[in-house]
Design a protein around this ligand. Structure first.
Ligand code: GLY
Length: 388
């Protein structure tokens, strides 16, 4: 073979692989991702002690957390999604066992993140199997979350004391509202849905800037309900757009519209989507903060990309604006293609996690450019949603 022919074949190969990743369907991505995910979960399950939950893989070391950590629902939740796709009985066994392990959470009263913890595990267990063994956790978890509601503020409490405030609400807590609306439907408890609607309305009024980016934290006076201050704890600066916060906002308003049918929530989700569609980098995976002046020489956050992909996929099926629907669907697919590429998707190793390159909490110097259990969870959820 001459040098010229050799170069020709190399170029042909590169073009063919590039065009495959630009046009790979969600179905095809799922076909290669879910079998890998099944094996990684089986190996993870064999490694992680009972009563612990996998969190990340940092400096070649796996890091697990106790089941009281906010992330404890994601491993069982990921196993539920893999079971939903593969129908492999081994995955069902792992998903059930790892879900029921969370029954030792003290009366499901472990703070504001209970929606993540119970929704991803017991919530998916109930959704997929309709086994009533999953119901008590959903009821108790929702009631405990509702007990954090302050009617003066109009929100459930996120953090306790923080920077001179005793009542802070973080944008992340939009995600916990699904536990309230699910329990309201299951147990006929309208008051739980009312709390969710009120929290979403208050957050819509106070958390957003004029350009539809969101602060991370809003601090309230718990007696008067007045806003004391606004800031961003996990982002670049108080006034920056922390990527995962924007992802929680998009997902949160899309979900609260699906759950309540209130059009104001759909409009907010559409506005956030427009903002993100304008600001996301070319490959669809955000830098960890949209306003980090170090861009492009800073970290990506695959977890934010995965959460957004899942939310864009859902929003594309809910919005009545057909042009926006197409753009959201295209972005969701584009994001999962990037996440399923060699740069992000690990077919083995990686502490048995699927995705590389997420950022947990950069200002605290923790979990930077690492795999994270929630990145994997929302990545698979996005694929399942695109498959529907
Ligand atoms: N809810 C915590 C986080 O997004 O980091």
């Amino acid at each position: 073979m001459t040098d010229k022919t050799f170069v020709f074949f190399i170029l042909l190969f590169i073009t063919a692989t590039a065009s495959l990743s630009c046009s790979e369907s969600a179905e095809h991505i799922s076909k290669r991702v879910f079998p890998v995910a099944a094996q990684q979960i089986i190996d993870m399950d064999a490694r992680v002690a009972q009563g612990m939950s996998p969190r990340t893989f940092e400096n070649e070391l796996v890091k697990d957390a106790g089941i009281r950590a906010w992330t404890s629902g994601f491993f069982p939740g990921t196993a539920w999604y893999v079971y939903e796709y593969t129908r492999d009985e081994k995955l069902l066994e792992i998903a059930r066992r790892r879900t029921l392990e969370l029954s030792s959470l003290p009366e499901y009263n472990v703070g504001h993140d209970i929606g993540f913890m119970i929704g991803c595990s017991f919530g998916n267990g109930w959704r997929i199997t309709r086994d009533s063994c999953f119901l008590p956790a959903i009821k108790a978890g929702a009631e405990n979350l509702a007990a954090r509601f302050n009617p003066q503020v109009g929100c459930t409490l996120s953090w306790g004391e923080f920077r001179e405030s005793k009542f802070t609400v973080i944008i992340d807590n939009m995600m916990n509202l699904e536990l309230l609306t699910t329990a309201a439907k299951l147990f006929g408890a309208d008051s739980l849905k009312d709390i969710a609607v009120c929290h979403a309305n208050t957050t819509m009024k106070n958390h957003f800037r004029n350009d539809y980016t969101t602060w991370h934290v809003v601090a309230y006076d718990p007696q008067s309900g007045d806003v004391d201050f606004k800031c961003t704890r996990q982002g670049y600066s108080d006034d920056s757009a922390w990527a995962r916060g924007q992802a929680w906002a998009l997902y949160g308003y899309t979900m609260t519209y699906r759950e309540t049918g209130q059009t104001a929530f759909l409009t907010r989700a559409e506005n956030i989507a427009e903002m993100l569609l304008k600001r996301l980098p070319k490959d669809g995976v955000p830098y960890w903060d949209f306003d980090d002046p170090g861009i492009p020489d800073t970290y990506r956050d695959a977890s934010a990309g995965a959460i957004m992909a899942s939310a864009f996929a859902e929003l594309s099926g809910l919005t009545a604006d057909s042009k926006l629907a197409r753009r959201c669907h295209r972005m969701a697919l584009h994001q999962v293609r990037t996440l399923a590429s060699e740069k992000y998707f690990a077919t083995e190793g990686n502490g048995n996690f699927l995705l590389r390159h997420s950022v947990g909490n950069l200002p605290d110097g923790g979990e930077v450019d690492v795999p994270l259990s929630y990145a994997d969870y929302y990545f698979l959820e996005a694929l399942i949603r695109l498959g529907r």
